[in-house]
Design a protein around this ligand. Structure first.
Ligand SMILES: [Zn+2]
Ligand SMILES: [Zn+2]
Length: 427
């Protein structure tokens, strides 16, 4: 209850206004660099204050306006330390779905954002992280067509977008020409401008268009990481036709993303090489992930032996690293696609690219339609993430362990079971 006393004070919250920097996709044959990542830039700040609900108002009760009281964990400053936080979710509009959160995965992005590591996406506190959110629908608005109370639902990184632009019309909402709204650490300019709060919390309200159906064949907890880690690697594998013609595929880094990439590659019939700094991961890579080859990136002899053996590489590393270390692994015309987001720019010598007409690309999560396709693919092939389930009170320890890659392969918060009884939503 010590943390509860902190929460019963009035808290201030900073909201950010962010806008897209447009970077056109370039796909010319023989070009050396392709970019799909569209960075965000801060354009203005607004300071809002939010009065916290008083003790005794809880258990998911609704205010007169229809707004819902919600409880979760938030980071309050750049230390990243998370403490309990109480806030309101907006009332369900006709197109909205309200759901009780059961589980939420912990993504490496969460760790970067609570510590304000990225200048392109500045942190707004208090920040409730979490964009691998699964739960059970408890209320739907009058215009909702495809969900009903009791359905299994998921929300990934996207909670809204303009819905009108060319990219949105093609369900590539992540590249929305106006602005995609992040599930947390953002503000929803299309609704009421209020801050977005993520899945380390008891309830969420989402427009139906951005809701995903979790197929019955998938365990709800282990499906949560598919909503970011899964789609982040699935989307470039599809976009670049990696599965075509028995290509050899490499994945750099064996965390949550690397694990999912190896699983997809297996299901797509590709030859898999796992490249990792940790020799201790070899056995698991070869046995449970069925990797054909394992290369320790800190061993120059192993790296030399693996030169020019791969058609595609997905680079999942979120820490600083040199591209020049990995480019020689690619065959002529090989492509390396970045999906991690290191805080500092990566080194890449032009000659490493020119010498074998190699390409470096990027890819940002995936659109809603593609994410649903990925979930259905996972259900058909029994693909889900290996997870370590934790109570919500363990999030700070989990972040310390995540920073040391001490997790196999994703922490998933058991939100519903670890919410104190006085804060549980009414069923
Ligand atoms: Zn993520
Ligand atoms: Zn759009």
């Amino acid at each position: 209850m010590r943390s509860f006393r902190v929460l019963s004070k009035e808290e201030g919250s900073v909201c950010l206004s962010v806008s897209w920097l447009e970077v056109p996709e370039r796909r010319k044959e023989g070009s050396t660099v392709e970019r799909r990542i569209v960075p965000l830039v801060l354009s203005s700040f607004h300071l809002l204050t939010a009065r916290q609900p008083q003790a005794g108002h809880f258990q998911g009760k609704m205010a007169k306006s229809g707004a819902k009281e919600c409880w979760g964990y938030a980071a309050y400053d750049r230390s990243g330390l998370m403490k309990p936080f109480r806030f309101m979710r907006r009332p369900c509009r006709p197109e909205d779905i309200c759901f009780q959160i059961k589980f939420c995965g912990i993504c490496h992005t969460d760790l970067h954002q609570i510590k304000d590591d990225w200048k392109e996406i500045p942190a707004s506190y208090p920040m409730v992280p979490g964009h691998e959110v699964v739960g059970i629908v408890c209320e739907v608005g009058g215009a909702v067509r495809n969900f009903k109370p009791g359905d299994r639902i998921g929300v990934g990184c996207i909670s809204n977008s303009c819905g009108q632009c060319d990219h949105c019309r093609k369900s590539m909402e992540q590249y929305c020409e106006r602005k995609m709204i992040w599930t947390y650490n953002d503000k929803d300019i299309y609704i009421d401008g209020s801050p977005t709060y993520g899945g380390y919390s008891t309830l969420m309200v989402i427009p139906e268009r951005y809701a995903l159906r979790i197929p019955e064949g998938l365990p709800l907890d282990a499906a949560a990481p598919l909503l970011c880690a899964g789609i982040t690697v699935y989307s470039p594998m599809k976009h670049y036709d990696m599965e075509r013609g028995g290509k050899s595929f490499g994945v750099i880094g064996l965390g949550g993303l690397g694990f999912m990439a190896a699983k997809f590659a297996r299901a797509l019939g590709m030859r898999i090489t796992v490249v990792s700094t940790s020799p201790g991961k070899e056995q698991e890579a070869r046995t449970s992930l069925h990797a054909d080859n394992f290369v320790v990136s800190t061993d120059p002899r192993q790296m030399k032996a693996a030169e020019k053996t791969l058609d595609f590489i997905i680079d999942t590393v979120a820490a600083e690293h040199s591209m020049d270390q990995y480019l020689p692994l690619l065959k002529t015309n090989g492509k390396i696609i970045l999906v991690g987001i290191p805080a500092k720019p990566l080194e890449c010598s032009a000659l490493s690219l020119h010498s074998a007409r190699r390409c470096v690309g990027g890819s940002l999560i995936g659109g809603i339609r593609e994410t649903q396709e990925m979930l259905d693919f996972c259900a058909r092939h029994h693909i889900f993430c290996k997870i370590e389930r934790i109570p919500i009170s363990y999030v700070n320890e989990a972040m310390v362990r995540l920073a040391k890659s001490d997790v196999k392969y994703r922490f998933v918060i058991d939100v519903a079971a670890s919410t104190p009884p006085e804060f549980r939503p009414i069923q």
